[in-house]
Design a protein around this ligand. Structure first.
Ligand code: GLC
Ligand code: MG
Length: 249
């Protein structure tokens, strides 16, 4: 076995089955000790909500933590986010205009304050009207010259973030800084905001068995032999995939 970069979403991917999580944690911990394998969590949560989850579940301390859908990267909780990454997020980003533009849409309900971040503006949006609203909002944002990315997940959450910021781009930034090949990297997810993780290079992808239709549909349209659809759910699905790709034996 050799060193690899382990990158996983938290809610409903790594977290969801406490027993399987414990088993995966043990294996990853040992692998990190023996081979210097790196562990990264990429979540839509803010640092505040990450800390809440960390209080509730047993999570290994990651080598890096990517929060707010890829817009912030931390190496230690309590530190400032990686300034190089923040600088990249800042270029061309105009938070006020994003908020003003979104305020024209009555169907967009702002998420709690903790989830509004310097480079992420988030709303709740019902699935019934989502397609129309997303189309019109994107059009209006473009007309105002904003280079942003709209990410709709779980049939309810809309995140508006800088075009260069997403989970995949943050993963690639860390992978390249650490000098790890795409083929020695495994990315795991279950929902819409994880799609970016699966579309950078030839990173090995694990889609857990409980993945949402939005991600499964995307996988059908973009098939790749370096992506594995696990049968098992949550951490058990991740374990299944790690054996499938030969990272675990
Ligand atoms: C997490 C975040 C929320 C975001 C969602 C989808 O639940 O707390 O702000 O919209 O992930 O990315
Ligand atoms: Mg998730």
């Amino acid at each position: 076995m050799t060193k690899f970069l382990f990158v996983s979403d938290l809610d409903n991917t790594l977290v969801g089955d406490d027993q399987a999580l414990e088993e995966l944690n043990q294996k990853l911990k040992q692998h990190r000790q023996e081979y210097d394998t790196k562990i990264v969590y990429t979540t839509g949560r803010s640092l505040t909500l990450y800390q809440q989850l960390r209080d509730e579940k047993h999570l290994l301390t990651p080598d890096a933590l990517v929060t707010a859908v890829g817009t912030e990267i931390y190496y230690h909780v309590g530190d400032h986010p990686d300034p190089t990454w923040s600088e990249q997020m800042a270029s061309g980003w105009d938070r006020e205009t994003v908020i003003n533009t979104a305020s024209h849409f009555a169907d967009l309900t702002p998420q709690p304050e903790t989830e509004q971040r310097p480079f992420k503006v988030s709303y709740f949006l019902s699935e019934v009207v989502a397609a129309d609203v997303l189309f019109e909002l994107e059009d209006l944002l473009q007309k105002r010259g904003l280079s942003v990315r709209l990410i709709y997940s779980g049939s309810k959450d809309l995140d508006i973030i800088p075009r260069r910021g997403n989970k995949g781009a943050a993963m690639q930034f860390l992978r390249q800084n650490w000098g790890i090949e795409a083929t020695q990297t495994v990315v795991c997810g279950d929902s819409g905001n994880d799609i970016a993780l699966f579309s950078v290079d030839k990173e090995r992808g694990i889609i857990v068995g409980n993945a949402l239709p939005e991600l499964l549909r995307w996988c059908e349209i973009n098939p790749a032999d370096y992506r594995y659809l696990a049968k098992s759910h949550y951490a058990a699905g991740i374990l299944e995939g790690l054996y499938y790709f030969g990272f675990f034996k």
